[in-house]
Design a binder for this molecule. Structure first.
Ligand code: XMP
Length: 324
């Protein structure tokens, strides 16, 4: 539409003005926000931009492949795909505190980007002096304070809050003034496929913050499978677009169950689904009980390691959308 195309042109102009002839490294997370930021910056400065997709091993099922192919095939934007899952999962192993997990993930992202910046500079055309991120307005405020309350950090978002001094890079954050619905409209204007634009938000720290307690490869695999089954049921029921965000959480609790003639002692999976306008407040989604029953039965039958499913009926506030 008219407003968005004017806005797009204005953003492109501003990016050109900020960046000049320098090089930019863009951190792609696979979500709508960083993808929109990358496409916009690519439009503004072309091959001065290098996009890096860091696969931290904390993605959902098939997610990494989908993102890589969309950028390379659909947009023809070169993309460096870094498989850093051993590094991330190795450092997270045994860490249970939510803020510590977030900080480790944030630090590792920076380390990976520093390495990639060095590799880019090795072509002799100079090191990137800008780091681009898809930070939105709500990310900016929530890291600073919680509306109506005292100024405390609720969660440190891994992608907000500046960079370590030694990195010597400036930030380009073209979406910093936008809310999610505006980013989606901009994504449509840029030709992103509807299915991609309509995707639920996914946090930078990924499945690590949906695995309360210590993270292990085994737990992540169980969670990834449960999450895929849950989302498949949501799509089949035609509910995906009515929900702001839906996901499975793997609890660090084992309970007793029975499967056929056997006693089981497996993990509990919590299902979450909320409606929201901007993620700042949210209501739990009022599923029909038959839907929940179907999703629970499928998860327990199809995912080894889970023998009990519960539904989270907490709204935000007082809960947050994610469990950590
Ligand atoms: P909470 O859990 O704080 O989440 O109610 C609000 C929205 O933000 C997402 N979220 C994040 N997004 N980096 C992100 O890019 C993060 O560290 C992060 N933590 C939470 C969350 O999924 C929800 O959409």
């Amino acid at each position: 539409d008219w407003t968005m195309s004017a806005y797009r042109a204005e953003m492109v102009r501003k990016i050109k003005e900020q960046v000049g002839s320098e090089r930019v490294l863009c951190a792609l997370s696979g979500g709508v926000d960083s993808s929109v930021a990358a496409i916009l910056i690519h439009e503004a400065i072309g091959d001065q931009l290098t996009c890096v997709f860091v696969d931290h091993g904390l993605m959902r099922m098939n997610e990494a492949d989908e993102v890589v192919s969309m950028f390379r095939d659909h947009y023809n934007i070169p993309l460096v795909h870094v498989d850093a899952s051993d590094k991330f999962i190795g450092e997270l192993e045994g860490v249970a505190d939510p803020e510590t997990k977030r900080k480790i993930i944030g630090r590792l992202f920076i380390e990976v980007f520093e390495d990639e910046a060095k590799k880019i500079a090795s072509d002799g055309k100079g090191a990137p002096s800008f780091l681009a991120q898809g930070t939105l307005y709500p990310d900016v405020i929530e890291s600073v304070s919680f509306s109506g309350g005292p100024s405390v950090t609720i969660k440190s978002h891994h992608n907000v809050g500046g960079l370590p001094d030694r990195m010597n890079m400036k930030l380009v954050e073209p979406l910093r003034e936008l809310f999610k619905d505006e980013v989606r409209a901009l994504g449509r204007e840029l030709g992103l496929p509807d299915r991609f634009i309509g995707r639920h938000p996914f946090p930078g720290p990924g499945l690590a913050i949906r695995c309360p307690g210590g993270v292990t490869r085994e737990k992540l695999d169980i969670l990834r499978k449960a999450d895929a089954v849950y989302l498949d049921e949501i799509r089949k029921a035609g509910l995906y677009d009515k929900i702001w965000q839906a996901f499975a959480v793997l609890l660090p609790v084992q309970t007793v169950g029975v499967m056929g003639d056997y006693r089981t002692y497996d993990f509990v999976c919590a299902l979450r689904a909320v409606t929201s306008v901007d993620g700042m407040t949210a209501d739990f989604f009022p599923y029909d009980m038959n839907f929940l029953g179907r999703a629970a039965t499928r998860i327990i039958n199809e995912v080894k390691g889970i023998n009990r499913v519960v539904y989270d009926i907490t709204s935000k506030p007082p809960g947050t959308i994610e469990w950590e």
